[in-house]
Design a protein around this ligand. Sequence first.
Ligand code: NAP
Length: 243
Amino acid sequence: MKTALITGASRGIGAATAIELSSLGYAVAINYLSREDRAKEVAENINKSGGCAGIFKADVSKPGEVSRLFEEVCERLSPPEILVNNAGISYIGLLQDMTDEDISAQMGVNLAAAIYCSREAARLMIPKKSGLIVNIASMWGEVGASCEAVYSACKAGVIGLTKALAKELGPSGIRVNCVSPGVIKTDMNGELSAEALEELAEETPLLRLGNASDVAKAVAFFARADSSFITGQVLPVNGGITV
Ligand code: NAP
């Protein structure tokens, strides 16, 4: 059974992606940071329905923890054939109010983690001449969001990473793509009021917010043979919003 490693898969988009990739026949490595309860729940549901899932605690913003995470996934499952760089954190506020710690935390989880994990994945995938990396960016990485300057910069970086690595790893048979979500109903948007969410839905041409599974299904598209000639691309999953 081939393995898919999804970072930040205890909740939201990552959890939905683990379920989706399991349904394609992958053993799924569910990475999490603090919500072991939620990670266990996702794994139990997958295992109960005949899939194969394991949970792996690691702070993916730390390179040492990322190396250990990959070693554990190789030992307990198998070297990942798919890596989904999904773990992320949000920060809403003015740049001038951000502390050094706020900035490092944003850059660590939202950008450096994807770089550290992709480096480990490349080391394992290159000798096998096959593999897939899917990065989760954001529409704010494409158009920029006021009060989310560092988040937007990180997500723009994730898009750049995708395009560069697709060129670097393509000759080794490894594809690298990116899914760029719009506003998706997850804990990440939990601080927004019901009115704010309603306004965002109204600004969306499809008149609704996205679900985690909308994004997960786009990730799964890249895992299917149908997309075997697609690399270096950014697939927006945003209901048509162009703010
Ligand atoms: P979420 O529900 O808040 O879940 C975040 C996940 O990331 C959790 O599993 C969390 O683990 C994990 N995580 C956070 N920091 C971590 C770290 N240092 N190491 C390992 N795991 C860590 O978020 P989401 O909405 O599903 O977002 C998933 C991705 O989509 C993020 O990259 C986000 O930027 C992107 N995105 C989301 C939206 C949206 O509207 N929701 C829009 C565009 C892009 P614990 O449960 O253990 O804390």
